[in-house]
Design a protein around this ligand. Sequence first.
Ligand SMILES: [Zn+2]
Length: 200
Amino acid sequence: MKHRFTVSEKDSEVQFHRVSQDLLTHNPKQGVNYWGGAEYPTMLIWAGRIYDFLRVLEGVVGHYPARMQSYLVGYTSGWNGAEVNARLLTDAPANDGKTRLLSSGSGILSGAGWGRCEIEYDDATGQVYWIFPGGTAIGLAARQEGRRDKPACPFVAGFVAGWTNRSLGMKIEFQESKCVSMGDPKCIFESVEFLRPKAE
Ligand SMILES: [Zn+2]
């Protein structure tokens, strides 16, 4: 069975108010925000600065190792995000909780301002796609810096991998096959069994 989860522009507005406003609480003594009852502080960060994280790493250790470091940070963020969100989902039917948790990722990403995405999941083959029709916020920030010949969003690839694996109980990785920073109209992340550099 193929599942397809989308966020309309109207849903994106609703999710913004929920994710970026209602679910944030402020500790005025600390001057620090918390999200969804999670014990770790949360911060709003310019997407351009997350892109800088990759660019600085690329300058220090080269492209593929840099990509993996960004991916690993994103992975933990996605896994923990799904963990917190699992507690917030009260409408999940008991027999379909995994798919419901996966589908909620699109609303969270849109509501947090990371990009509006569609998730496609084929439960027969296990293939999963996360498609951002207008690009991710990081990809759009990277595009401002000029066209790249490599994808700019390994942080998001890691994030969707962590979210997918926590939701579905799988151990898959994701590669970004299209990126707005390379001149593509979309950012597309597709599941792969192993993450290894392809020969040029
Ligand atoms: Zn991208």
